[in-house]
Design a protein. Sequence first.
Length: 502
Amino acid sequence: MLYNSTQNAREVVSSAQAIAQGISKDGGLFVPQEFPKYDKADFQALLAMDYRGRAKKVFSDFLTDFTEEEIIDCVSKAYTSEKFGGSNPAPMAYTKLGDTPLNVLELWHGPTCAFKDMALQILPHLLTKSLKKTYDGKDAVILVATSGDTGKAALEGFKDVEHTKIIVFYPVDGVSPMQKHQMNTQEGSNVTVCAIKGNFDDAQTGVKKIFTTPEISEKLAENNMLFSSANSINWGRLLPQIVYYISAYCDLVNDGKIALGDKINVVVPTGNFGNILASYYAGLMGLPVAKFICASNSNNVLTDFINTGIYDKNRDFYTTMSPSMDILVSSNLERLLYKLSGDSDVSTKEWMDSLKSTGKYEVSDEVKAVIREKFFGGFCGEEQTQSIINRLFTQSGYLCDTHTAVAVNVYEQYVKNTGDTTPSVIASTASPYKFSKAVLKAVSPDCTLPETEFEMVDMLFDISKMPVPAPLASLKDKKARFSDVTEVDKMPEYVLSALSIE
Ligand SMILES: *Cc1c(COP(=O)(O)O)cnc(C)c1O
């Protein structure tokens, strides 16, 4: 299977090249030229497998230039019971909100308690193997712009992986205290963490600029290094996310919730559009998905886009209690547009150029029609986020984090609007303990909040009796290693200095 750039279909690469390079030279994103199709017999076979078996099947069908041994090696290093606290790294939980059943796909059982572990535990292994195939002998420099969870998950995934170095930038006031502490205490000899004076989009733009500055790339090349990306634009990030939608469907069948062949909806709390795109790709492979429900917080640029076909990032930016979704430019939407426009690199490039120059674009009527048919977009404000956490906990004893709450709220809106009772999978993207303060305020509005995040964790445990994930419990005693803060325009110098190649 080959991959090409969304902005130049003649830029064609192997999967190893796509993963090693991260982003195409023309600024486009790599996409598979075709999608493997699974029929009933394929699903029948998948039903009998565990998560790792399902992952191996999906990976083999996309990474055709990897050997079977390489894929087995990556999968078995990534999805261990030890790292994910159980044999199924992405288990289902079944609960209810009022009369509405919620099939919750818990994607946060990995080492950083958020869904990005699902991809970032395997990406470093895919990447080192890809580099060996393409740029043998070079060290990969991973630059990450994060709104919180990606940074820590990437650091955990890459720490002490040979032939890699990782530098993470985060917005100084745009992540939770717990997220900050998680990153600043990161262990590993090949890691650097730095805050920037700006928001997530500034960090992301800064990183993109560094990637595309020829002088910086030359300097790296002289020192036998090359840039690669662990952000959700890397194909090696997206592919692992397809697996858990297929696996969730199999679990629903095995648990007697649906019959093989039944349609489902998926509900995804969305920021950069990676997670929901993976579900769409699973749909292209034959997963029977009726509706893709895209849930946003007050930064509702995607809701407007789905409803109007106009993407306009010229609007106020809000810092919310679901910070991993505080995003105005959803990078992975580019891949959806490429697909929906009939693999048109010309249209995709036009829209992306317009986004760059005016902050805005409007898709064609054909694309609008498909979006309206397959997607539902909704958003949820701060108060509703808290009230849904409260209702779900009070009514059903199920505790969810702020991001998942946004999805549950938008799903409720969807059911009210449409009356659609198709069984739905709700992607739950973080442990509630990762956002203890907001969750605590939601379930116990009258409590006096303790001083530190760790006391809040203890208090939330007292109220919910839900076990605190081990990686969060052990953080308390860790000392911070990193405290740098830099201006956005100083990011290039910071990178060169961190790599000791000024
Ligand atoms: C990253 C993240 C999201 C958004 O996912 P995208 O793939 O960027 O749309 C949602 N929730 C949490 C907890 C996250 O970390």
